[in-house]
Design a binder for this molecule. Sequence first.
Ligand code: ADP
Ligand code: NI
Length: 219
Amino acid sequence: MNDDTLVQDTEKFVKGKLSGEGTGHDWWHVVRIVNIARKIHSREGGNWLVIHLTLLLHDVGDGKVIGQDEDDYSIAQNFLENQNISLETINEIMSIIKTMSYSKSFDNPEKNDSIEFKIVQDADRLDAIGAIGVARAFTYGGSRSRPLYDPDYNSREFKSSEDFKKTRTEGSTVHHFYDKLLLLKDKLNTKTAKEIAIQRDEFMQLFLKEFLDEWNGLK
Ligand code: ADP
Ligand code: NI
């Protein structure tokens, strides 16, 4: 099978799994991160097929997407095992999917330092910030019936993945910016992604200032 057919089959599989997904991890999230990764890859290099397949498949078994507490990696793994791909490539892809998530980084601070991992993680994180990041955060909050903001809740430091996961239900969407989204620009891997993040981060800060000024009746 050539690479084009493999990518098309993977796209079809992922579309089927993510179309209509309601927490901000839908098919268009995948389209956006593939586009931004293409740009990062053109400057930073790496194996594009591995990057592309990993991005396509990274969310199909995410606990939030499948409505479970834990992620299910067998969905991507089984798909890949049924394609004509080497075991080495499958392992490379699955290793990135299993270690890229922000919430997991609390328990497992060790990073995979391949360029493919770095680009995939950066692309996914860039889609969590900026104007799209604002839209996705409130989409997620709405899907969980969380309030936009709750001034009585205080952000705190997180020591474990389990602890961080509690923010899926406690707090408010505005707190998610302080708990995670505003920290992402300093947690990117590649120079290209760090450059892209500057304007996106400034936009989020401006949005939060406006939001809180309006909330407090100052505007
Ligand atoms: P990761 O794959 O790095 O663990 P997630 O899948 O948890 O990241 O989050 C992806 C995006 O989903 C976030 O950047 C945010 O937009 C939204 N999201 C996830 N958790 C929350 C939350 N608790 N409150 C608001 N938005 C959230
Ligand atoms: Ni994602």
